[in-house]
Design a protein around this ligand. Structure first.
Ligand code: HPA
Ligand code: ZN
Length: 336
């Protein structure tokens, strides 16, 4: 069996997935029609043609337009369910999903409908697809911290459905330190903490995420490699980096997939793993991302196995759940 097939068939976890970024154009158009919302695109083909980005902001502008057709609880259910059935085909057995409540509540959508629809699909996926999950609420970093604090307030009655908080959207000019207060509140409430850092932003933003937000996991983290001291700190503490190769390519974080730093990350002792980020916008789900780096970099079997193992090690599953998942993966690898 070749390595791409080995990775594709392996049980795995996905830890960096924006549910609004899994919105396939076909579903987007169907929903626009049923909700009577106008999209700035005439057809699925026109949308896909617009998916040509030269940086994060160009992508985000289209990403926020796309999510504008999501209005009701059932919309969030359908969006999430479509991702989960697709993830099941990639043998994802555990997923940790981001959502952007501010992208919806600022349009008048009810917080309860956003979190309710997503959570209902996650519960069905556990029952019907055998996929376990965690839900991570992201704050939009281009907005003031006061807005994040208001969203934190709205989330209080739903905290039993929310496992962690994260930080996403436009990175440059919006350092992690801007969100110290709201992350401290989430930490006090016992939630897991993650933040996008070092995707476009400098290593200093990764330091801030560690030292000022006290995060448990870094999303992306590519630019951490520019700072040897930082690499040593991340490696020494076993900090997971949720890496997204096709996203990095589409947003020009790397010039070519053959230049992707995932091997360098592993060689530096970093706990890196593979994810799809916004699969419908970036040209592939998690197995496509494995395939891209396996082919692009000629990864070894050992490197692929490490990436698969890291997907569970870096998750927010508890110790015994991690042991069960890792055992399942090891059994698969032994017979393959
Ligand atoms: N980076 C930052 N914010 C995001 C992303 C991303 O890749 N996807 C959705 N929001
Ligand atoms: Zn992301």
């Amino acid at each position: 069996m070749n390595l791409t097939t080995l990775a594709a068939k392996a049980p795995k976890a996905e830890l960096h997935l924006h549910i609004e970024g899994s919105f396939e154009p076909e579903l987007m158009f169907a929903m626009a029609k049923r909700n009577d919302v106008k999209l700035p695109f005439a057809s699925v083909e026109e949308v896909c043609a617009a998916y040509d980005f030269s940086n994060l902001q160009e992508f985000l502008d289209i990403y926020y337009q796309g999510m504008s057709v999501l209005l009701y609880e059932q919309d969030f259910y359908d969006l999430t369910w479509e991702y989960l059935t697709r993830a099941a085909k990639d043998n994802v057995i555990h997923t940790e999903i981001f959502f952007d409540p501010q992208g919806h509540t600022e349009r008048g959508v009810k917080f309860a409908d956003v979190v309710g629809g997503i959570s209902r699909a996650l519960a069905d996926a556990k029952q019907q697809l055998g996929i376990s999950s965690k839900l991570i609420m992201c704050f939009l970093r281009h907005l003031p911290e006061e807005d994040a604090l208001a969203t934190w307030g709205e989330a209080q009655e739903f905290l039993s459905l929310i496992d962690g908080v994260g930080l996403d959207s436009s990175e440059l000019g919006h350092p992690p330190s801007k969100f110290k207060k709201v992350f401290a509140l989430a930490k006090d409430a016992g939630l897991h903490l993650v933040a996008h850092a070092g995707e476009e932003g400098p290593p200093e933003y990764v330091w801030q995420a560690l030292d000022e937000l006290h995060i448990d996991r870094i999303d992306h983290g590519n630019r951490a490699l520019e700072d040897q001291k930082l690499v040593e700190k991340l490696a020494g503490s076993g900090m997971c980096l949720t890496v997204c190769p096709l996203s990095n390519l589409k947003l020009c974080v790397v010039g070519d997939i053959t230049e992707h730093p995932i091997r360098k990350m592993l060689q530096s002792g970093l706990l890196a793993m593979i994810n799809s980020d916004d699969p419908s916008y970036f040209g592939g789900y998690v197995n496509d991302n494995y395939q891209a780096v396996i082919k692009g970099l000629g990864l070894s079997r050992e490197e692929v196995e490490t990436l698969l193992r890291n997907s569970f090690i870096g998750s927010f599953l508890d110790k015994s759940e991690k042991a069960v998942a890792l055992d399942k993966l090891d059994q698969y690898l032994e017979k393959t």
